[in-house]
Design a binder for this molecule. Sequence first.
Ligand SMILES: NC(=O)c1ccc[n+]([C@@H]2O[C@H](COP(=O)([O-])OP(=O)(O)OC[C@H]3O[C@@H](n4cnc5c(N)ncnc54)[C@H](OP(=O)(O)O)[C@@H]3O)[C@@H](O)[C@H]2O)c1
Length: 293
Amino acid sequence: MDKVLIIGISGLLGSRAYEVGKNKYEIFGTYKEHKIEEENFFALDVTQRKDVFNLIEKLKPDLVIDTHALHNVDYCETHPEEAWLINVDGTRNVAEACKRVGCKMVFISTDYVFDGEKLKYTEKDKPRPLNYYAKTKLIAERILDALDVNYIVARTAVLYGKGGMGKLNFVLWTIQKLKNGEKIKIVTDQHNNPTFADNLAEILFALYEKDAKGIFHVVGEDCLSRFEFALKIAKIFDLDSSLIEPITTPELNQIALRPRKVDLITEKVKRVTGIKPFGAEEGLMILKKQLGE
Ligand SMILES: NC(=O)c1ccc[n+]([C@@H]2O[C@H](COP(=O)([O-])OP(=O)(O)OC[C@H]3O[C@@H](n4cnc5c(N)ncnc54)[C@H](OP(=O)(O)O)[C@@H]3O)[C@@H](O)[C@H]2O)c1
């Protein structure tokens, strides 16, 4: 059984990767703020270089899936030093430790590395991040390349799913608000590919099994505005869609700039893994079953 270390097993993607991989791999995990009492789970702050090396040298995993990040986009814009420390220095620590023990590393990046002007993007397109969060992710991607680590970068978007220690992702937040009968204002002019975390996890393991290397776009098949996605959530979960009010980005007063429309092309990952990522309705239907609705 291959040994897999999931950094951020208390997060959304980390917890789903654990569920998807636990019968096939020997899984170890780390958390930072959200402690989980499990034999193979450990506290880790990736900014503590010595701790990162100690853990990875002790476990000697075959694969490290690094899901950690400071990914509140507006917070990163106003706290650039903290964002750099966690997203750049923290990733470098993990990458160098992976290199030391000779294991593969999966790093999770973002569709926000693009500016949204071209609309559809392959892995060959030139990134131009509009905000500081995305800049730190792009720099981390480049560090992996410069270090010549055996890496997979998966660029993803708008993750949703069950899990993450009660933290609300967009889908769970929308369901909660609509169930409470609260009105929500959702933007019509920001488009991305919502991605079911379980599906992303399954594809990450498939990429590992194929010994894939380099950058991959791994997102859901449908590129939707947040407003369109919220309407789909209401439809699948039988909730009142009239509570969803359309607004535009300028009305939101967000601190960090976001690209208008980024549709990541997934042909490369489909070719390499043979897996077609889920469309939004498919992912939401499975989530509905998992939530017992
Ligand atoms: N969510 C999205 O829509 C989205 C979109 C594009 C890309 N991504 C990327 O996908 C990845 C996974 O996202 P997610 O939604 O699963 O994130 P998440 O739910 O916030 O989970 C992040 C995980 O990282 C851990 N962590 C945070 N800071 C850490 C540090 N300094 N040292 C060690 N661990 C730390 C957290 O631990 P504790 O909770 O225990 O503190 C948590 O387990 C991230 O890299 C993110 O940038 C996410």
